[in-house]
Each structure stands twice: as structure tokens, then as C-alpha cells.
Design a binder for this molecule. Structure first.
Ligand code: 1GP
Length: 244
């Protein structure tokens, strides 16, 4: 079974949870213990990536260590073609649709594609848009942020992604955002597109995760909460709330 098939199957059963680990934020052995704990608690996949600080070395080491301890898929969530790991199970082949810099829309993808072919990596095509406040990723990718109250613009991007053949659509508020993507925006997007919807950025409380799930998200991503050594109970509550 491919990683894409695994995700699609899981999402048919209900909203899934994915744990994002930034390889620049901790040692690879620590990253692997975080992933192992998240798997034990019920996360469905590990995403590895970060906006700044990802190198070929920390990426490879982190993915390899995680693979030693986890059975669930490890998916690379890239910030560019400068680092690509042969050890991950799949890569989101993604475009930052609202970036004003063509490099993040198609440039890095063109650089990375031949390398991905050589490595034989599974690619999962994904449209990615950044909603206010956007945080670091909004800045780095020079995104024309979607205003929090402009649901129609979010819907238009999601439809464009779907019509271009992308198989996932990711609504991102930015890692560490003080607030998640508004649930009303999630609901409008979900109502209008048929491709699975991933939502992430600023989700820290079970109530926020439930609201986003009820608005129709097929997958919820949390990252920052696992950076606190004592995260297991908090993450467990969020995952339990999503799966309830
Ligand atoms: C970032 O959406 C993810 O791409 C995770 O965000 O770190 O705020 O959980 P947090």
C-alpha cells in the first residue's frame, strides 16, 4: 500500500491526526522518541519539515532515527529542494499557491523533481495556502496571506488546487500561530471541494481540534506542542478529541 492509499483509507474512517517534527529543533534521537510517543498515543503519520534550518544532514538523521522506532509513515514536508531524504516513505509534492515568489510555486519543484525520480520517492501532490497570520512560513515564502475573513478566497484556491489535479489541500495558519485557521473558513472550503482537507497551525487545545474536525477537516496537524518535553498528556487529549 502506498502512503497516499494509507492516508486516504484512514481519512475515510474519520479525521486523522499528523504530528509535525522539525528536524532543526532537536537532536534526531529526541525527535525519534517524540515520534514514538506520538505513534503510541494514536497519531496517524509523522511529518518531518520546517521553514528554516532543515539541512540534508539533520533531515536524513531525523528520518532514519524515526524509522527505527515507528511503524507509521514518515512523510517529508519540504521547504525546498535543498534537502531531500531518500529515507522517508513519501514526500508532499507541494506548491505554495499563494506565494508571490515563483520559486515556491514551481521553481523548487522543478529543481527537486529529477532528484525525487532518482531517489524513487513516492510523491503526494498537495496544494498549500497560508492564512493570516502566516507566521514564519508566511514570511519565508513571501505569501500573499489569505485574510482570516476572506473565506471565498480560500475556497477559490482550494478549487484551483482541485482542478489542477492536486490530491490534498492544506490550509495553514503558520506554525505557532496564536489562533488556528477559522473554523468557518474550514467549513466553507470543505463544502466546496472534494479533495481531502488538511488543517494546521496554532492548534493547541482539544476544543480547537474538535471545532476544526466538525467543520470538515480530514486531517489535523500539530507541531509546536511536541516541542515541549512534557507533551504526551496534551497530545493524547487532542488526538482523543479528534477520534471521538
Ligand atoms: C505547521 O501546521 C503545522 O505547518 C503545525 O503548526 O506548530 O502551530 O502546531 P503548529
Amino acid at each position: 500500500m502506498t502512503v497516499k492509499e494509507y492516508l486516504m483509507r484512514r481519512m475515510q474512517e474519520g479525521t486523522i491526526h499528523m504530528t509535525l517534527i522539525d528536524p532543526a529543533k532537536q537532536d534526531s534521537v529526541v525527535a525519534a522518541t517524540i515520534a514514538e510517543t506520538a505513534e503510541r498515543i494514536g497519531t496517524d503519520a509523522i511529518m518531518v519539515g520546517g521553514s528554516t534550518g532543515v539541512t540534508q544532514e539533520n533531515l536524513d538523521l531525523t528520518v532514519l532515527e524515526i524509522k527505527k522506532l515507528c511503524k507509521i509513515p514518515v512523510i517529508y514536508f519540504p521547504s525546498g529542494a535543498h534537502a531531500l531524504s531518500r529515507h522517508c516513505d513519501a514526500i508532499y509534492f507541494m506548491s505554495v499557491l499563494n506565494s508571490q515568489n515563483v520559486k515556491y510555486v514551481i521553481g523548487e519543484q522543478v529543481k527537486g523533481a529529477p532528484i525525487i525520480k532518482k531517489l524513487g520517492l513516492e510523491t503526494i501532490p498537495m496544494g498549500y495556502v497560508i492564512v493570516e497570520p502566516g507566521m514564519k512560513v508566511g514570511e519565508v515564502s513571501n505569501a500573499n496571506l489569505i485574510p482570516r475573513d476572506n473565506h471565498q478566497l480560500a475556497v477559490a484556491y482550494a478549487l484551483a488546487a482541485q482542478y489542477m489535479g492536486m490530491e490534498l489541500f492544506y490550509l495553514e495558519a503558520g506554525s505557532g500561530s496564536p489562533q488556528p485557521v477559522p473554523e468557518t473558513m474550514v467549513r466553507e472550503v470543505k463544502k466546496n471541494v472534494s479533495i481531502p482537507l488538511i488543517v494546521g497551525g496554532g492548534i493547541r487545545e482539544p476544543e480547537e481540534a474538535v471545532a476544526i474536525k466538525n467543520a470538515g477537516a480530514n486531517a489535523i496537524v500539530t507541531g509546536t506542542i511536541v516541542e515541549n518535553g512534557d507533551f504526551a498528556t496534551r497530545l493524547e487529549k487532542i488526538i482523543a478529541a479528534i477520534k471521538r
